[in-house]
Design a protein around this ligand. Sequence first.
Ligand code: GRF
Length: 215
Amino acid sequence: MKIAVLASGRGSNFEAIARAVKSGKIDGEIAVLIVDRKNIGAIERAERLGINWIYVDPHSHPSREDYDRKIVSILKYLQVDLVCLAGYMKIISEVFVDSFPNRIMNIHPALLPSFPGLKSHEKALQYGVKISGATVHFVDKGVDTGPIIVQVAVPVLPDDTPETLASRILQFEHRIYPQAVKWFVDGRIEIKGRNVTVRDADYSSLPVVPALEDF
Ligand code: GRF
């Protein structure tokens, strides 16, 4: 199975997925990393890991749809089966979603449907929730609204700043995202409307539901 990752920044989730593929835990191949910004951590990581990366320049495409059509053409050319958004800062257009139905995943650092969009840690702290977390979901036409695959619950401490909360959650992101990709690659994900089930997974205990198996 061929996997593409799209990133706009640091790239730590990209690296977590790439390492899981390299180690053989995920039975697939990273076909490409696509970025919409230059000089970002994700590119350095790709170089270090020996993974091909492509910069697609947003400024040379007149509209979001044109930009996404370009990306889709690259992904189709490379025969990509699964697209993973990992800190990708663009909202993807219908053109893109329709080209890969239920084949685009995203990770969001909150317990969706709470705190979608940007600055989720700030929003969680401001609201005063005692549990936050992260969500891996399929991408639909909304922002962070697609069918949920896996979530992790993480405590919010009284002295947390957005940074301390982010780093506590990020450690789990690096486990749940590769796990979700592995479930997909292993053909264990069933989707009925909004409801995603991982076949034979354990849904009975926190903090990660369904429970981690390999990460
Ligand atoms: C992660 O917190 C992810 O959940 C969010 O953006 C951040 C990206 O971090 N969508 P990285 O680039 O993977 O290190």
